[in-house]
Structures are given as C-alpha cells and as structure tokens.
Design a protein around this ligand. Structure first.
Ligand code: AMP
Ligand code: MG
Length: 391
C-alpha cells in the first residue's frame, strides 16, 4: 500500500497534457486557456465620459459660469470638432470626450436655459473622464493556464479575441463492471441494482473539464471486461468501477493485465478507497476505482479531479484542503488516511455524519465535506482543528 500523496505523484507522472485547440469565445466557459495573451488595443480606445452630462473645459470651472451647448457626443457618434472654453457638448456615458474638453459636468449639476447651461452651486468636482487605456492598454497580459470564467471571457472579448487557444478536453471512458448492474431507467430484476457510480464519476469528470462517455456495463467475466476496455482505447483516460478487490468475481486486474496493463500502483493507504489502481494500457491512462459508491466518489475527488486538472495543463496539486474544527470527538485512526463524510456547519465547524459506511449514497449526498484524518491520528476531543476538502 502506498500513501495518497505517493499515489498522486505517480498519477501526475502518467498524466499527459492534452493538445491545444482553437475554440470560439462563446464556447470557452470552463475551458483552460493554453497560451498567455496580450492586449493589442487600449480600452477604452479613446477618452470617454463616465456619466451623462456636458463636456466642458475646466478653465472656467466656477459656480454660475455659463456655457453654450454646441452639439452632442453620444455612444458611437462623436462630436466632430474642437470646443472652446465657453462651449459645452451634451455627452453620454461611454461617448468620446470632444477635443478641447477635459471635464464632464453631470447633468444634475447644471441649470439649462435653451442652449445655455449654468453650473449650479456645490457641483461635483470629479472630472468623470475615463482616460484612454485606463481599463487596460496595449501589452496588458492574461496569463495561462487559466480556467476561463465569465469575467475572463468578458476581458478577452474586450481585447477583441474572437477565438481562444484552449487545452482539448481529456476524453474519459467510464466502465462499470458487475453482473448485478443495470443502467438508470432499465427495469432491474430482484438481484440487480443501478450502476449509479458511472453517472457520478462522469459528472465529476465533466465538472473538472473533461469529456466523459459512459460505456456499456461489463459483466463479471474476463471476456466482457476485456471487450469493453477494447472499446475505450481511443480515450485519454479509462476509469473502471468495481471488481478491483480480491473477491472471486473481482476480475478487473486480470482483465486489464490481459490487455497489456503497465501497472503503476495498486492499493492505497486510504479509507474508503483502498483497492484503487492505476497504470497505462499502451498510451491510455487507466484508473480502477473501487465499486462501493461512496468509495468511488471519494477517490474521484481525491485522485480523478487533480489528475484531470493535470491533463488540462493546470498546476499538479492535491484537491484544495481547508482548515476547520471538528465539532465532535473522533476516535484514533489506523494506518490509512481516512476521508470522513461530514457536514460543514454555518459556523465553519465540521460534523462527521452518523455512518461512514461506504455504500450509503444518501448520506454522502447530505454531506458537503470530507474531513481528513491522517494515518495514526490520535483520538481527538471536540473542536480540534482538522483539514477537509469541499465536495
Ligand atoms: P465490487 O468492487 O465490484 O465488489 O463492488 C463493490 C460494491 O459496489 C458492490 O456492492 C457493487 O454492487 C457496488 N457497485 C459496483 N459498481 C457499481 C456501480 N457502477 N454503481 C453502483 N454500485 C456499484
Ligand atoms: Mg463487482
């Protein structure tokens, strides 16, 4: 058995970063920007008004001064000439400041008489001008890798990039194994259960930026498992679920060996998730998850998430661990790192849920954190600091 950290290092060593593809901006949400970009324009591209009002020259900036309104500058339609110190141009937010003006008096701060305006007492002295390039200017950098969110996409759109170079999504093929399994929506007989794990793991992969496909369920026979693995070999990553322990019907090891498995590791000092294994079949990475639904998902958060992030060219690191207080006492821990399902309370402390049975999905779905007990941790009283990950 190796530690969680060692297993992650081995997974990172296997992870190959995907190719780069050029994708239209509208489809870039959640994608990973692959190359740094630099602005090749200024924003705003000209000095513009931050308010609705009148553009004037601040030479005569005194209560009671009158200006003659000689024209208008609206968004997309600039005032074409230069104004002198006694003139004003009606102006609107985002419109170009006319030549000769260097101040925008807001419309609330003037009285109007026909085509004259007069500055009211106590007017706002802020210039209300956005200088050219005051948002960003030529050369402004956007670093990569970067997981693109709405604000990044907005900025890159403002820089006039219609398409972006992003990492291809790693393709993940998910294989459930077991004679007892049927797909959701089928009619299970009295001996059968639903292959729920494939769906949870597929969504986790997609949430991390991969493209997941769920393959037909493999039966508990070498031929069936080998056949389905054969269907998956064009993927970047194959994830098998179940059949990874030492029972009579746990045939995944044998089947992947028959497919030319180059093993990296098998068995981790962690709970739940001990039978995890990983390696390669030719160029395809393969990870075998345990079958118990909670174990499979915990391994998903601890191993599959950082693995997919590594394949996307993101920093190779553990899923983020936060510090909290464990609300209850906890018993001493054995040699395996324990990921206890817990509820993160509004006061920031964590309450382990009533049962840590790795088959109880409903309890997992009520939890929102995995509290991490290091190997050989001593028994702890309530309110002891602890590490956890959010799920
Ligand atoms: P195994 O490792 O194949 O012995 O599976 C351990 C437990 O997980 C058994 O109770 C299986 O029925 C269950 N299991 C295995 N694969 C899945 C799956 N894809 N979805 C839900 N439960 C599963
Ligand atoms: Mg099984």
């Amino acid at each position: 058995m190796i530690s969680v950290n060692e297993a992650l290092e081995k997974l990172f060593a296997l992870a190959k970063v995907t190719q780069v593809e050029n994708v239209e901006l509208k489809k870039c949400l959640g994608r990973v920007l692959a190359v740094p970009l630099e602005a090749n324009r200024n924003n705003p591209p000209f000095p513009s008004s931050a308010m609705d009002g009148y553009a004037i020259n601040k030479q005569n900036l005194k209560t009671g001064t009158e200006f003659k309104v000689v024209g208008e500058s609206s968004a997309g339609h600039s005032y074409p000439s230069k104004i002198n110190n006694n003139q004003a141009v009606r102006i609107f937010t985002g419109s170009r400041i006319p030549d000769g003006a260097n101040f925008v008096i807001i419309q609330e701060d003037v009285e109007t008489f026909g085509d004259l305006i007069k500055l009211k007492e106590g007017f706002d002295r802020k210039s209300n001008i956005r200088l050219e390039g005051s948002d960003f200017s030529i050369g402004h950098k956007v670093n990569a890798p970067l997981v693109l969110g709405p604000k990044d996409i907005s900025l890159l759109a403002a820089m006039n990039f219609p398409c972006l170079d992003v990492q291809e999504k790693p393709t993940v093929a998910i294989i459930s194994t077991g004679d007892e399994l049927v797909l959701p929506g089928e009619s299970p007989n009295s001996d059968q259960i639903i292959a729920s794990n494939a769906y949870g793991i597929a969504s986790l992969c997609e949430e991390c930026g991969a493209q997941a496909r769920i393959l037909p369920i493999a039966q508990d026979s070498l031929e069936s498992i080998e056949y389905v693995i054969g269907l998956a070999q064009d993927s970047d990553l194959i994830i098998t679920i179940g059949g990874a322990s030492v029972g009579k019907y746990d045939l995944v090891n044998q089947a992947i060996d028959n497919c030319g498995f180059d093993k990296s590791f098998h068995k981790i000092a962690m709970r739940p998730g001990k039978p995890l294994m990983a390696g390669k079949i030719k160029d395809t990475l393969i990870v075998g998850l345990p079958g118990n639904p909670v174990s499979a998902l915990v391994c998903g958060y601890v191993f599959i998430k950082p693995l997919i992030q590594a394949m996307l060219g993101l920093e190779r690191k553990r899923t983020q661990q936060l510090m909290g207080l464990c609300a209850t006492s906890v018993p001493k821990n054995g040699p395996r790192e324990h990921y206890m399902r817990a509820v993160l309370l509004p006061n920031g402390s964590l309450e382990p849920i009533e049962s840590q049975d790795s088959a109880r999905l409903a309890l997992l779905s009520n939890s929102n954190a995995l509290l991490i007990r290091p190997p050989y941790a001593k028994a702890d009283p309530p309110n002891t600091p602890c590490k956890y990950i959010k799920i």
